[in-house]
Write a protein that binds this ligand. Sequence first.
Ligand code: SB7
Ligand code: NI
Length: 185
Amino acid sequence: MITMDNIIREGHPTLRKRAEKLTFPLSEENQKLAHDLMEFLENSQDEKIAEKYHLRAGVGLAAPQVDRSIRMTAVLVPGAEGEDPIFKHVLVNPTIVSESVQKAALAEGEGCLSVDRDVPGYVPRADRIKLRWFDLDGNEHVQRLKDYPAIVVQHEIDHLNGILFFDHVNKDNPFSVPEGTLILE
Ligand code: SB7
Ligand code: NI
């Protein structure tokens, strides 16, 4: 299983690389990675397991964060208690087909499992995206996402392109955002 010891941190060169596109069929090794990434998210969101293994809770984990420079990421946005997850998929070769002009940022700012410090500030992103990806069997999917799930997916795709969330924070005034940006509570 993946634990925090397997997650590379800010300063590691892999986090700044553009990750490689995958081809199908996926290798056994990459299929196992897909499973392990999603298992980490499930474990990290289970209070008991997270405490036992000292896992920080996460809604996403991208392959480069475990030092595998390939275009794969797991996303697990939980639903309300007892409800199904809002978005739970391993994305292979994800791309944003189109995005809204409307920007949005989380009121809380963002954090990252690869960043061991608090970086305050708004991270302006597209509020709505049309996402295209492949599943583990090589089937293509297209889905529209908005607000929080859209922001999480953009954070994960950034990892595949060597970008970290604080790259988007305004250096002079971390809480200034483009005019009209929605602030999501
Ligand atoms: C806040 C947190 C995340 C995405 C968007 C807003 C995910 C944090 C976990 N990760 O480091 C995943 O890359
Ligand atoms: Ni991250």
